[in-house]
Design a protein around this ligand. Structure first.
Ligand code: IDC
Length: 345
């Protein structure tokens, strides 16, 4: 009897030792895996973004400022992205390429140089195993159809170049305004068709009316009521600024409505400030929003990675560093976002 007990005990110890030995290396590799290596190609399932294993997945990212400006493009560098990944816990970046603002892609900017910045951004994100949004950042051009010809050419080229990649997301019109959902849908159908010729699977995010508020001002929900048909992996942009009264008043209900209707939403841009990108920042409202988005499994990208002297900027106005930032290099918004993202990684 005593003998049998001893054997059982011995076997149990042996089993534990073997299990510990086997588990150890797994733990090490799991720790080293990049976000894209761990989650692979993303897809849309119902209203959710899911990873390659079909599990709900959330992107937590940072948007560049306009890469046409010197407060934007210097932050497209590997050290910066690596700091966002390893120190902040971000798994994605967004490359904001303005179309109509000063030196934008369709307003006299150097198109080759802008595409070169995009290429660098995608390359660094890929090397670091991060997801990356290529953002056609319409703004003062209002109606995306204004530059539809250039948009189609641009996205044909991008989707040809990146057709084999699993980490590239296309955002085809940042913030349509002064036009309705019908106009945007017509634009989107054409640009999506262009991208799908080269890439059947990439996630494509479509901007929505009134600066990406899922519909016209106030309580309108025309996007959720009439989504784009016939394509997989399409998502819809919702943008908010946490210190903007109307965004807090109307957008939570619009998000709930969209989710109920099965509309896949991505917050490709949010700021902690007023919609101007400046003014007071609201940590209280930002906190509420992030919690709300986490609960709904909605991805989000914070505006923006710049040292410009405006309160939405994540870096301190005096900071000259383009990566590896210390606390003193971060703005109030930057310190808050870093802390919140780190908590969630
Ligand atoms: C703002 C920048 C600001 C720049 C301006 C150009 O923060 O420095 O001068 O664009 O018009 C958006 C836009 C985004 C805006 C941002 C803040 O997508 O381009 O950036 N914002 O105004 N939508 C709501 C707010």
């Amino acid at each position: 009897m005593e003998n049998r007990k001893q054997t059982v005990c011995f076997r149990a110890v042996l089993f534990c030792l073997i299990a510990m030995f086997l588990w150890q290396p797994c733990k090490v590799t799991a720790k080293k895996q990049t976000p894209a290596a761990a989650h692979g190609r993303l897809a849309v399932k119902g209203a959710d973004l899911v990873d390659a294993k079909g599990r709900k997945f959330q992107l937590r990212g940072v948007s560049t400022h306009g890469i046409n400006w010197d407060v934007g493009y210097p932050y497209i560098n590997k050290e910066a992205f690596q700091t966002l990944r390893d120190d902040w816990g971000a798994n994605a970046v967004r490359l904001a390429m303005y179309t109509s603002e000063y030196n934008g892609y369709c307003s006299g900017g150097n198109q080759r140089e802008l595409k070169n910045q995009i290429a660098k951004g995608v390359q660094y994100a890929t090397e670091l195993g991060m997801y990356v949004i290529i953002d056609w950042h319409i703004l003062s051009d209002g109606n995306p159809n204004t530059h539809i010809k250039e948009a189609k050419q641009f996205f044909a080229e991008m989707s040809r170049t990146y057709r084999k990649q699993k980490n590239v997301i296309y955002e085809i019109c940042n913030e349509p305004n002064g036009c309705d959902w019908k106009n945007i849908k017509s634009y989107a159908n054409q640009v999506i068709k262009t991208i799908r010729k080269n890439d059947k699977k990439a996630i494509i995010v479509v901007g929505t009316p009134t600066w990406s508020q899922l519909g016209l001002d106030g309580t309108h929900n025309e996007v959720a009521d009439s989504p784009i048909k016939g394509y997989r992996n399409i998502m819809y942009a919702l943008h908010f600024y946490a210190n903007e009264w109307s965004h807090n008043a109307y957008l939570p209900a619009k998000l709930t409505y969209a989710r109920k209707k099965g509309l896949p939403v991505m917050v490709t841009e949010f700021g902690m400030s007023d919609a101007s990108g400046n003014g007071r920042i609201s940590t209280a409202n930002t906190g509420k929003w992030l919690k709300r988005l986490d609960q709904a499994n909605v991805s989000y990208f914070c505006w923006s990675l710049t040292n410009k002297n405006e309160s939405s900027a994540l870096l301190a106005p005096g900071s000259r560093k383009t990566g590896n930032w210390k606390q003193k290099d971060l703005s109030k918004a930057g310190r808050y976002i870093r802390k919140e993202y780190r908590r969630r990684r």
